[in-house]
Structure formats: structure tokens, C-alpha cells
Unconditional design. Structure first.
Lengths: 98, 386
């Protein structure tokens, strides 16, 4: 069995999720969300939190973007492109898998 | 999205609020270790086993840490797995909501114990390696067949679907093997690698003349890391720490004194950084006699160099004062004899030229001195005349 990891590539059909060791947590003391990762703490902004909350391994990137486009009343194409690029960046940091 | 490295915060990503609440806690559970690496970050004067905090004391530290707002706990040493109660400490830390990180040399942990630790909530394993060349690894650690054991532990970590970081301290004895060290991390399925050039404190400072790489070697290693980063995007995340002897600006040490990190020694002394005990005039509190939150907010050692008001010139009027905080207090103390001086790694320090010259001369020597290995009492017994 090879132990080697492969790169996760995010597209509209990907169903992103957080690996078990990545923890999206609300920090009541600081009044904000954190992503806890190996020797890293990320501070997601409001949009990133909304995206990460929907990364359940079952919902596609396209569906996440549709929900956000509706909620923020923004063009779907723009939201989709931004969501893909954000999730790709997070996948490359090991925070998201698909 | 801001990104914070809880063990070495950079810039002001942590935000001003962090003086109120630290992000990370480095818990040195013990100074005992089967390895004797000559660059160990532990102090020359090692805590003995009968001085170590009890299980209940460490568990209380974990609960206090979570209450204080600490997010990540780094269980380190020495070798933390030599504590037979590691499981009891991890269990309480995980229940308190802390993200738990085990920093191990990987030669004493069994498969069963690792499995148990995972079940109790251990989140991540950082495995240090000395080299991928077994002979060289033995020479550096003074420990036989360590590499085979580390490889085995790495496999178990992946078998249990846990994230793995390979920590590779880099110096003149292994810097030429860097490409193979990176390959090793990929082969083990690590998600992160720390290509960590030695920082010269404590044992490493004592052995600096045996460890310092040349400037050309450091530049070459930076190229190797850049190439590998691109090639291994999405497979291996790199943390690259350069030796500051060849830098022009100092590192923002600890992300600022007393700003985001707490270090606790085996006997319970609470430090702003692991090397700070060498600075005279600091009063260190102990978790046995004072609450962690009180120490963090009001302890003399934490407030001594917090912020920028303690600074002299050239730091005081420097536009980067709030970025690098004048660099490292411990290095300023060790090299200039005054902890309020600018870190000699800074080009504006009057000591900078001598600092660079020391590295250049030592690294160019064809016959570096023999190691002073890290062991109890070793710094005195083996120390050459100074």
C-alpha cells in the first residue's frame, strides 16, 4: 500500500469536506470562528465560514455556490469562481479534501 | 483568511487581542530523551525526573489553558512519550477542547499506545528525523537504528488516518541531503514538512561551530525548497525556517514577546519562550503556585519585553518595530550581553557584522569541533574550555 498523498483538485462537481483532523470551531472568548489544523490556526472571514460550514462531503461546490448566490444576491458565475479558488487554496493547505 | 503558526507567529496576523489570550502552549512534559541531539532546544541545565509536574498538575494546566483561550497544545519534551501518563494528559486536553499535537522523536511509542492516544483525542503527530542517511542519523542523535523506528511510527500514524508532520532540523551535517529528506516525507505520506534550520540557542549555541552551514548551502537549500513546494503543491505543505545568521532583518521571534505563546517546563516554570531562562532579571512563575491566566497577564517575565516600550534605538524609532519586535531577546542577550539590544541578526545592530562573521568563519572551517551531546550534566562534563 502506498502511503503517498495526492493533490485534491476542486471543480464545480467536487463534494468538499473537512478531514477529521481539521476543526471548524466557534471561539466564544474571541467572538469568532477558527479553523484548527496541524500547527496552524486559520481565521476564516464571514464568507469563508459560510462555505466551510457547508463542506459536508455530500454537497457539491456548485450547490454551495447556488446557496450563497441566493443568500448574498450575487451573480452565480462570480460566486462559483470565487468558491472554487478559495477551496482549492484550502485543499492545497490540507484543510479541505474532496 | 489569516493564517497563524501557533509555535512561531509571524507578523501581526494574531491581532492585538492576542496579548489578552495566547494561541498556543508548548508543554515540555519531561526533559528525558533517549536521543542526544547536539542542537536540542532544551536548556543546558535539564530538569530531572523527580522535579517533573505530576499527572494531576499537568491535567490542571490543560484545563486552565483552555479556559484562558489557548487553542492548541503542543506536547513536547524531551521525549513526551516517556511520560507513562501521556494518555491521561491527552485525554483531559482533548476534553477541554484543545487541539492536541504530539511532538516526538518516534523511537519509544508503540502501535498500541498511538492507537489509544488517537482514541483519546490526539489530533496530530509531529515526528522529528535527524537525517535519512542512517549512519549520519546515528551520529547526530547518538542513538542506534532510530530511523527504522521512526519509519514504523510514521506508517502507524497513517494507518490510523492521522495527520503527520515531518520535522527536519537542518545543519551542516545533513543540509546536502535535503532532497532525500523531502522525498522521505512524501514517501511517509506526511502532509507537512518543517525544513527547520537550527536556531542557535542552548545546546545548539554550544555546538554552533559544528552545525553552522555555509551561506551558499543555505541559499541552495532555499532553492530546493522553492522547487519542491511548487512540485508538491497540495501534497506536502512546507514550513521553511532559515538560519538568521545570514539574514538582514530579524525574525519576529515568538510573534512578539508574551503575545501568542506560552512555554511550560517539566517542573512547571512558565516562560515566554523556551530559551528565556538564560536572560537575567526575569522572574518566572510556576503553575504550582500561581494560576496560568494571572501569570500570562501579570507575570513579571511576560510583561518585561511585551510590546515595544522596553525598546532602545535603533528599534524604538524603527518602522518595523511592531512587525519584528526587535527580533529575539534571547539572541540579543546571548550575543550582545544585553537583552534590550536589537537582535544581532538585524543589519542595524552594531553587532551584526561580528554575528555574520562568526557564522561565516565557523561554517568555512574544514574541521569543526566534536559535538557536545545533549545529556544530563553533559554541558559541564564535555564542555571545552571557553
Amino acid at each position: 500500500m502506498s502511503l503517498q498523498r495526492t493533490r485534491t483538485i476542486i471543480d464545480a462537481a467536487s463534494k468538499p469536506g473537512l478531514p477529521a483532523h481539521i476543526k471548524l470551531r466557534h471561539d466564544p472568548g474571541r467572538g469568532r470562528w477558527h479553523v484548527l489544523a496541524p500547527e496552524r490556526v486559520f481565521e476564516p472571514d464571514e464568507i469563508a465560514v459560510e462555505i466551510l460550514k457547508r463542506c459536508d462531503g455530500a454537497t457539491s461546490v456548485e450547490s454551495i455556490a447556488e446557496m450563497l448566490a441566493k443568500e448574498y444576491n450575487a451573480p452565480l458565475a462570480d460566486i462559483l469562481a470565487d468558491t472554487i479558488s478559495m477551496l482549492q487554496e484550502l485543499a492545497d493547505k490540507g484543510v479541505v479534501k474532496a | 483568511m489569516n493564517e497563524i503558526a501557533p509555535l512561531e507567529q509571524f507578523g501581526d496576523a494574531a491581532g492585538a487581542s492576542c496579548a489578552r489570550a495566547p494561541i498556543g502552549l508548548l508543554a515540555e512534559l519531561t526533559h528525558r530523551c533517549p536521543l542526544q541531539c547536539p542542537y536540542c532546544s532544551n536548556p543546558l541545565e535539564l530538569d530531572r525526573v523527580n522535579q517533573e509536574l505530576t499527572t494531576a498538575e499537568w491535567q490542571d494546566v490543560m484545563r486552565q489553558a483552555a479556559d484562558l483561550g489557548i487553542l492548541q497544545i503542543h506536547l513536547s519534551g524531551g521525549e513526551p512519550t516517556l511520560r507513562r501518563d501521556l494518555e491521561d494528559i491527552v485525554e483531559v486536553a482533548a476534553k477541554a477542547g484543545l487541539y492536541t499535537n504530539l511532538i516526538t522523536a518516534g523511537v519509544t511509542l508503540t502501535r498500541d499506545r498511538l492507537k489509544k492516544l488517537k482514541e483519546l483525542g490526539l489530533d496530530h503527530v509531529q515526528l522529528s528525523i535527524q537525517d535519512v542517511d542512517p549512519t549520519n542519523a546515528e551520529k547526530i542523535s547518538a542513538y542506534k537504528n532510530g530511523l527504522d523506528k521512526k519509519r514504523e511510527l510514521g506508517k502507524w500514524v497513517r494507518e490510523f488516518d492521522m495527520p503527520l508532520t515531518i520535522n527536519a532540523p537542518i545543519h551542516r551535517l545533513n543540509i546536502e541531503n535535503l532532497p532525500n529528506i523531502i522525498d522521505f516525507a512524501v514517501e511517509m505520506g506526511a502532509g507537512r514538512i518543517e525544513v527547520a534550520n537550527i536556531q542557535y540557542y542552548a545546546w545548539a549555541l554550544k555546538n554552533r561551530a559544528s552545525l553552522m552551514p555555509t551561506r551558499a548551502q543555505v541559499l541552495k537549500s532555499a532553492e530546493i525548497v522553492e522547487e519542491a513546494k511548487e512540485r508538491l503543491k497540495g501534497i506536502l505543505v512546507f514550513d521553511f525556517v532559515v538560519p538568521d545568521y545570514y539574514a538582514k532583518t530579524p525574525k519576529p521571534c515568538m510573534g512578539g514577546w508574551g503575545k501568542g505563546i506560552i512555554n511550560i517546563t517539566p517542573q512547571g516554570r512558565v516562560l515566554p519562550c523556551h530559551a528565556s531562562e538564560q536572560i537575567p532579571g526575569l522572574e518566572f512563575d510556576n503553575v504550582k503556585t500561581r494560576r496560568l491566566a494571572d501569570i500570562w497577564l501579570n507575570g513579571q517575565a511576560f510583561n518585561k519585553y511585551r510590546g515595544t516600550s522596553w525598546m532602545k534605538e535603533p528599534c524604538r524609532s524603527c518602522p518595523k518595530a511592531e512587525f519584528d519586535y526587535g527580533g529575539c531577546r534571547c539572541q540579543a542577550m546571548a550575543f550582545t550581553g544585553d537583552a534590550t539590544n536589537t537582535d544581532p541578526a538585524c543589519k542595524f545592530s552594531p553587532h551584526h557584522a561580528a554575528f555574520v562573521a562568526a557564522a561565516e568563519q565557523e561554517s568555512a572551517s574544514p574541521n569543526p569541533p566534536a559535538f557536545v551531546y545533549r545529556r544530563m550534566g553533559g554541558a559541564k562534563a564535555d564542555a571545552p574550555a571557553e
